[in-house]
Write a protein that binds this ligand. Structure first.
Ligand SMILES: [Zn+2]
Length: 348
């Protein structure tokens, strides 16, 4: 039997996101809201799913005053007094989890998320488990980050806590494969790795919808980075392996991503992302060859990111550069050396 299907590229289904403070029904019983972000990536999408007398909310927006002002308006305009009955957080990053505890206490509703994301949120706030800012700076210093950038990172304190003023103190635990019945639909939890500790996407059981969180995005590629809690890790391999779960998506399934526009052609997007990472790895290996001497992650950032980076972007770019170098190293395509002072360099 020939199951080969010609995969048409991703197709965004609209070029009109809902205006701030408004909602748009993007599928029956699924409302799309956009919340602002104070970064170069200036928005996050969140989803309200009809759930009996109220809604289940997937992701919550960054935990700052402007986003909360948007929520205050949405309680009247979109929810029209109906309650949130449950909150699902795809993962612990501030644009997703930021308002979860605040919204849950307002509505007295549970927060569903995976165990690793729950614990990571607390570790990031408390600067524990190798996830503190000092740990990040120590790791980045070993990978060649310049003193001025390290000082700028130190000066910004704990950015995670700014975006997540309070983490949930109790959760409904989600595990890969769990079924969630929300209104008329049932959904399956699809765990993913490489972007965050234990990301949960939601796939509708009828195969028509995927709330992909940050694991499958239409235009930008997901940040895949090494953090100090697992300095020798290979999140690129974990991310690429996780993408396999989306390769079986029907071509006309609607993908609802956290950033950008809803689109069809999710499986084709997976192919493009695999290609993108392979291309980047090849370029990186080429740059290591061309350099002729062992290189730090800091030195190869311009190979991966050909634009000026602000501090926030440099922070993520550094983690991403280490991730791609670690992948080449663990894949046997590059050598890694550690000097007596702890500095880490890579060579082809
Ligand atoms: Zn994220």
């Amino acid at each position: 039997m020939d199951l080969h299907v010609e995969r048409t590229p991703l197709r965004e289904v609209t070029d009109e996101p809902p205006a701030p403070g408004h909602a748009r029904e993007i599928a029956p019983g699924v409302l799309w809201l956009r919340m602002p972000l104070p970064f170069a990536l200036n928005h996050v999408n969140v989803w309200l799913l009809e759930d009996g007398s109220g809604f289940t909310l997937v992701d919550c927006g960054y935990g700052d005053a402007p986003t909360r002002a948007h929520w205050q308006r949405q309680f009247e305009t979109t929810l029209r007094g109906r309650p949130l009955r449950r909150i699902v957080a795809t993962h612990c990053h501030p644009d997703h989890l930021g308002n979860a505890a605040w919204l849950a206490s307002r509505f007295g509703c549970p927060i569903a998320m995976t165990q690793a994301e729950f614990l990571a949120a607390h570790a990031l706030i408390e600067q524990q488990a190798g996830l503190g800012q000092a740990d990040v700076r120590a790791l980045f210093a070993r990978h060649g980050m310049a003193a001025e950038h390290l000082a700028s990172l130190a000066a910004r304190g704990n950015p995670y806590h700014r975006g997540v003023p309070e983490a949930p103190h109790a959760i409904t635990r989600l595990i890969d494969g769990d079924r969630l019945d929300i209104g008329e639909r049932s959904w399956r939890v699809v765990a993913g790795y490489g972007h965050s500790p234990e990301h949960a996407a939601l796939a509708s059981s009828d195969g028509t919808l995927l709330i992909s969180g940050d694991m499958l995005l239409p235009r930008i590629s997901t940040n895949v980075a090494v953090w100090p809690g697992e300095p020798d890790g290979d999140p690129v391999a974990r991310f690429l392996a996780s993408l396999a779960r989306f390769e079986t998506l029907a071509d006309d399934a609607l993908v609802l991503p956290s950033h950008g526009l809803p689109f069809r052609g999710g499986a084709a997007r997976v192919v493009a992302l695999r290609h993108h990472h392979e291309e980047r790895l090849d370029e990186l290996r080429g740059a290591l060859f061309a350099a002729g001497s062992p290189q730090s992650a800091e030195q190869v950032i311009p190979v991966l990111f050909r634009r000026t980076l602000d501090l926030q972007q440099r922070f993520f770019a550094m983690g991403e550069a280490i991730a791609h170098l670690n992948h080449l190293w663990l894949d046997g395509r590059a050598e890694r050396s550690v000097a007596p002072d702890g500095s880490i360099r890579y060579a082809a």
